[in-house]
Design a protein around this ligand. Structure first.
Ligand SMILES: Nc1ncnc2c1ncn2[C@@H]1O[C@H](COP(=O)(O)OP(=O)(O)OP(=O)(O)O)[C@@H](O)[C@H]1O
Ligand SMILES: [Mg+2]
Length: 315
């Protein structure tokens, strides 16, 4: 029951000597929204392109709906939905013509196409707009049309590569309602995003950095990296000087700059507060405020990337 529909083991992609995706493994089950999060160039799009049968892996195996990604790329492409990082739509076609084009790509004809077209127009909220030129549409509409086109053939596995880049907050919200309703109907989705609030909406997340998955799990599971420790937010003048002073103190594990504040990971909140106060107040960092906070996904992200960089430097 509920077997994974996406299974990836040890996936690698090399471009010459450069390793773009490095030993990536994960599973995704029906109805799951799986987020790929990571900095620019982390390897998210390259991973997705291999899983969609568009790039041949250098090593490793992947199965989507039981289809081997390296052996049957054509069957794979017909079985999945893929919304690319850049728009796949034709700007000089109308909404209706784009739907017809993608229907043709997926071999939909006659009454079957008409039914799916009608469904797609409804989910994209574009009823009555079929004659509008795609190039003239607002970003949020285009995004919903691109998703609707990728869903015409009712795929059970869908890849969305930065689907909401450059879209306003209200449109992003509507788009995520669509994602949630697809997941509720049993579709498995892989979504890449740079927005941490969107990542929080995923059932599970993989954090990618320099081609590797450096952390994976649900948001509460990821926040466990700080378990047993407390995070304090320190507001004071000259935060970078303060950071350098605090980094050398016992009981202080990590100090990261967040704009005009510092996030400090300590063994114990009360001891940590006392250490910070005595270190900084004595050195003239005034006014000084120290407050305990709940770590955010951004804290987790920075922690995991720094830990990975340290691991690399050490090896
Ligand atoms: N065809 C290619 N030839 C050489 N290098 C490539 C090729 N495609 C991707 N790369 C490199 O692989 C790395 C990962 O790129 P990728 O596009 O997968 O990152 P990403 O995580 O999707 O980044 P972004 O958040 O900017 O979209 C980058 O350093 C990129 O330059
Ligand atoms: Mg990308």
């Amino acid at each position: 029951m509920n077997q994974p529909v996406i299974e990836v083991r040890g996936l690698v992609k090399r471009f010459g000597d450069f390793v773009s995706v490095d030993d990536v493994s994960f599973d995704v089950r029906p109805g799951e929204v799986f987020g790929l999060l990571g900095s620019n160039g982390a390897g998210k799009t390259t991973t997705i392109r291999m899983l969609c049968g568009l790039l041949r892996p250098s090593a490793g195996v992947g199965h989507i709906l039981g289809i081997d990604i390296a052996r049957e790329p054509e069957r794979l492409k017909r079985s999945i939905g893929y919304m690319t990082q850049r728009f796949s739509l034709y700007d000089d076609l109308t909404i209706g013509q784009n739907l017809r084009f993608f229907g043709g790509v997926y071999g939909l004809r006659g009454a079957a196409f008409d039914a799916r077209r009608s469904w797609a127009i409804d989910i994209a909220g574009l009823r009555g707009k079929e004659g509008l030129m795609t190039g003239s549409l607002p970003g949020g509409w285009k995004q919903r049309l691109a998703l609707a086109c990728a869903l015409l053939h009712e795929p059970k596995v869908v890849f969305l590569d930065e689907p909401t880049g450059g879209v306003d907050p209200l449109s992003r919200r509507k788009f995520w309602q669509l994602i949630d309703s697809l997941a509720a109907s049993g579709v498995a989705l892989i979504v890449t995003t740079h927005y941490l609030d969107e990542a929080e909406r995923c059932d599970r997340i993989a954090l990618m950095h320099a081609g590797r998955i450096v952390a994976m799990g649900s948001v509460p599971e990821l926040k466990e990296v700080f378990s047993g420790r407390a995070m304090l937010e320190v507001s004071c003048p000259r935060v970078l000087d303060a950071q350098a002073l605090l980094e050398r103190r016992p009981g202080i594990h990590e100090v990261s700059a967040f704009g005009t504040t510092l996030h400090v990971v300590v063994d114990d909140a009360d001891h940590g507060r006392a250490t910070i106060a005595s270190t900084l107040a004595g050195a003239g960092f005034d006014p000084l405020e120290i407050e305990r906070i709940v770590p955010s996904l951004e804290d987790v992200f920075i922690h995991c990337i720094e830990a990975e960089d340290e691991r690399r430097d050490a090896s």
